[in-house]
Design a binder for this molecule. Structure first.
Ligand code: GUN
Length: 299
């Protein structure tokens, strides 16, 4: 029997633990965990994600601030806001929603966030800590951290002897995911668009993680029987069967067919997606604990 992971249920339990940790920090020290989310421009999908993040921060009892900047914001204005948030003692986490409008450069903005407040885990200091296997000192990118919770729930903390294949090599997901799997002793292959015979590489995976951004690209014959399949893709496709002009969300994995072969699989929606927000809250309460000089909780 294939297990379909319920990401909403796992995310809810993380949120419960985060809420308890932030309440304990506040009652013990008077410090309220603070998260600032910054969005530039009018992309509707980004606005939906950011609203969900701000709402969840409030639900966790955080001091939650959203900065909504116009499309015409300059690089200097955006970086001045980040500098203010870096200096604000009420803010423990800063997230600048990506992608930014085309006229803005993301990299200098990300690198100007204080590493201690970089709850996206994108600053080179945090990426470097992860790359050197220091999982305790830095902050880990939220989506890979969330995917790793599923891997740990399925296989335990030690992945010795298991082959893991990550399809995708982005800084936001593929590279940190591979680093996390490696730190847990898996034998890791980072595959991408230039990989030769991707299907054959994937068939070798005990743990297959897809983050390519192409709807239902991973087919059933790419999956090793009994493998754990984690689908990080969120693709909107036409769904004429639901009515004219309707659409639906699918992942990078052809779910129905792959579920017949996999041992464990995540659905889209309701898999990795809810974990991204939950781990953002987790990173923020971890950052607040560190700032208060307290041992940070683990999630
Ligand atoms: N856009 C899509 N996912 C993310 C994320 O995890 N962090 C940021 N900052 N932007 C995103």
């Amino acid at each position: 029997m294939t297990t379909v992971i319920d990401g909403r249920r796992v995310a809810a339990s993380v949120i419960e633990a985060v809420t308890a940790a932030s309440a304990a920090l506040q009652s013990d020290t008077g410090i309220r965990t603070g998260l600032a989310v910054v969005i530039v421009g009018n992309d509707p999908a980004s606005h939906a994600y950011v609203s969900a993040k701000s709402r969840m921060a409030k639900q966790c009892g955080f001091h939650s601030v959203q900065h909504t900047l116009p499309e015409a914001t300059t690089q200097e204005e955006l970086q001045a806001l980040v500098a203010d948030l870096n200096a604000d003692p009420a803010i423990h986490g800063i997230l600048v929603q990506l992608p930014l409008p085309r006229h803005l450069k993301a990299e200098p903005v990300i690198q100007s966030i204080l590493p201690d407040k970089d709850v996206d885990g994108l600053h080179v200091v945090n990426a470097g800590k992860l790359a050197t296997g220091d999982l305790e000192g830095g902050l880990v990118s939220c989506t890979p951290a969330g995917a790793m919770v599923f891997v740990r729930d399925t296989h335990g903390a030690d992945l010795s002897g298991l082959n893991a294949v990550v399809i995708g090599r982005s800084n936001l997901f593929g590279k940190p995911m591979s680093a996390l799997l490696l730190a847990a002793n898996a034998t890791v292959t980072t595959a991408h668009s230039r990989t030769k015979d991707l299907a054959a590489v994937c068939r070798n995976a005990d743990i297959l993680v897809a983050a390519v951004g192409r709807a239902e690209m991973v087919k059933a014959d790419w999956v090793k029987p009994g493998a754990t399949v984690i689908d990080v893709g969120i693709n909107r496709i036409d769904a004429p069967e639901k009515g004219e002009g309707k659409s639906r969300l699918v992942g990078d994995v052809a779910f129905e067919d792959c579920a017949k072969v996999a041992g464990v699989i995540t659905p889209v929606p309701g898999g990795v997606g809810p974990m991204t927000i939950a781990m953002l809250m987790a990173n923020t309460v971890i950052a607040a604990h560190r700032k208060a000089g307290r041992k940070a909780p683990r999630f």
